[in-house]
Design a protein around this ligand. Structure first.
Ligand SMILES: NC(=O)C1=CN([C@@H]2O[C@H](COP(=O)(O)OP(=O)(O)OC[C@H]3O[C@@H](n4cnc5c(N)ncnc54)[C@H](OP(=O)(O)O)[C@@H]3O)[C@@H](O)[C@H]2O)C=CC1
Ligand SMILES: O=C(O)C(=O)Cc1ccc(O)cc1
Length: 440
């Protein structure tokens, strides 16, 4: 029997292997749109998953990926990137004849390699990637589709199924996807991961420290906590398994170190020239009519702190200066990637733009970096943390990545609920503000 590639909810069955955060989000939205789902997680989760979905007659929980694969027409692997090869090796050969298979992992080279290696030749491959976390409203967010080994009809079917997300489809090859997502995600995550480790190393909860008050600080704190409230393997997978990402994280650490060295050596001219050269390369091409993505008011709204924003302490913002330096050194113009950007990337770009393009703010920050010791100890820990993340990722150690991530995660965990709530609001507001810029 061949698969029924008819995009009819009465006939077509969708498979989800891996019912973690993203798999559950897909199951919830697809079943709400009327699609029939066959889903599984690890066999030991079978009973619990069955209970969780007892009230949803459109979600059929099965024991393992063989049962998903043999009866579904379009199957999505939503599992840890690190394990994609072994999981596809296990269930791929059971795929229904003529079905379509895709994956949700954040780095496509290993996923596609696993599909090519283990799926029968009659199976078509159309992969996907929702460029946002599981708790973000899918409407208008980029959703990458990769027609890798598939007819136009197969792509059409996937598109029809996923239309209910109301996301913005972006059509890429696997290698374009990996290059662009490395450009948007790798160094962005490295910056926030390093902030968390640095605050922890200095035994700080930054929202309790008066010098961490004000718009930009709010974003740093909220996003860093948002990342640490997620699962370690999401960030480990996309950093370690994407070779383009490794090079960028290395450059980020190099930019942080070199700028910090110039700061402590008080090499004012060299430091200023370098920061301005980076500014010209990254923001120089913006039209005169370009409006800032973010504003003071907007950023001040999202604070975890009780200290009023007027008491803001000027910061050296090493993490942001290094970000722009890194983009410059790598020849990345971040605005070129808006169509394929994640919420965190858009916010991070908004904040860097705010710092570099608000009159007077960049000079204030350069002066603080060169002459003021208030943030020196924080910047030192930040430099050490950036270098350490880069080493872990270059070395490809999932084990060490997990250890470093979870140690910091435990430290900040009491504030995750508040940070997630604020972070969601922040993403929503900034999303509305940046909509036009993203789609053109
Ligand atoms: N979270 C995010 O923001 C985003 C994540 N992604 C990507 O989507 C994928 C899923 O991420 P996410 O849902 O967050 O991660 P989760 O860890 O929440 O989900 C993965 C699930 O797959 C399960 N699993 C592992 N092995 C098997 C198996 N043999 N059979 C069935 N299920 C299995 C895991 O079980 P166990 O935990 O026991 O290992 C887990 O429940 C990842 O590749 C991630 O990179 C993409 C976009 C956004
Ligand atoms: O927005 C971000 O960068 C996130 O942290 C959420 C995320 C994580 C992994 C992905 O593959 C896509 C989005």
């Amino acid at each position: 029997m061949t698969a029924t590639l008819t995009p009819d909810p009465k006939v077509l069955q969708i498979g989800i292997i891996g019912m973690g955060d993203m798999g559950r989000m897909y199951a919830r939205r697809l079943s709400a749109a009327g699609w029939k789902i066959n889903a599984c997680d690890r066999p030991e989760q079978f009973e619990k998953l069955k209970e969780d979905y007892a009230s949803n007659s459109l979600v059929n929980i099965v024991e393992n990926g063989h049962y998903v694969s043999r009866q579904s027409d379009y199957i999505i692997y939503s599992v840890e990137a690190e394990n994609i090869d072994s999981i596809v090796a296990m269930y791929g050969p059971s795929t229904k004849v003529g079905a379509i298979v895709g994956g949700q992992t954040s780095c496509k080279a290993p996923e596609i390699a696993a599909f090519e290696k283990h799926l029968p030749a009659d199976v078509q491959i159309v992969s996907c990637h929702s460029l946002h976390g599981p708790n973000v409203d899918t409407r208008g967010q980029p959703l990458v589709l990769i027609q890798h080994r598939a007819s136009d009809d197969a792509l059409d079917l996937v598109r029809t199924v996923l239309t209910c997300f109301n996301s913005q489809f972006v059509y890429l090859t696997a290698s374009q996807h990996d290059k662009i997502t490395a450009d948007t995600q790798a160094a962005t995550h490295a910056a926030f991961l390093s902030m968390g480790v640095a605050w922890h190393a200095n035994s700080q909860f930054p929202w309790e420290v008066p010098r961490y008050v004000g718009g930009i600080e709010n974003v740093k704190i909220n996003i860093s906590l948002r990342i640490y409230s997620n699962k370690w393997h999401v960030y480990a997978g996309l950093a370690i398994m994407n070779p383009a990402a490794q090079a960028q994280i290395l450059q980020y650490a190099k930019s942080v170190t070199e700028l910090f060295t110039l700061m402590v050596e008080h090499k004012a001219l060299e430091f200023r020239d370098r920061v301005y050269a980076a500014k010209k390369a990254v923001f120089g091409g913006l039209p005169a009519s370009h409006e800032l993505l973010l504003s003071d008011d907007l950023l001040d709204k999202f604070s975890l702190s009780n200290v009023p924003p007027q008491e803001r302490t000027p910061n050296s913002h090493l993490s942001l200066l290094a970000m722009v330096d890194c983009w410059w050194k790598l020849g990345i113009v971040p605005y070129d990637h808006m169509i394929c950007s994640t919420p965190l990337f858009r916010i991070w770009l908004g904040v860097t733009e705010y710092l570099f393009q608000s009159p007077g703010l960049l000079d204030e920050c350069i002066n603080v970096a060169l002459e003021n010791d208030t943030f020196r100890a924080d910047d030192l820990e930040f430099t050490v943390a950036a270098r350490s993340w880069s080493e872990i990722i270059t070395f490809g150690s999932f084990k060490l990545y997990r250890y470093r991530f979870e140690t910091t995660q435990n430290y900040f965990s009491p504030r995750f609920a508040d940070a997630t709530k604020l972070g969601n609001e922040m993403i929503k507001t900034i999303f509305e503000k940046t909509k036009q810029r993203r789609l053109h």
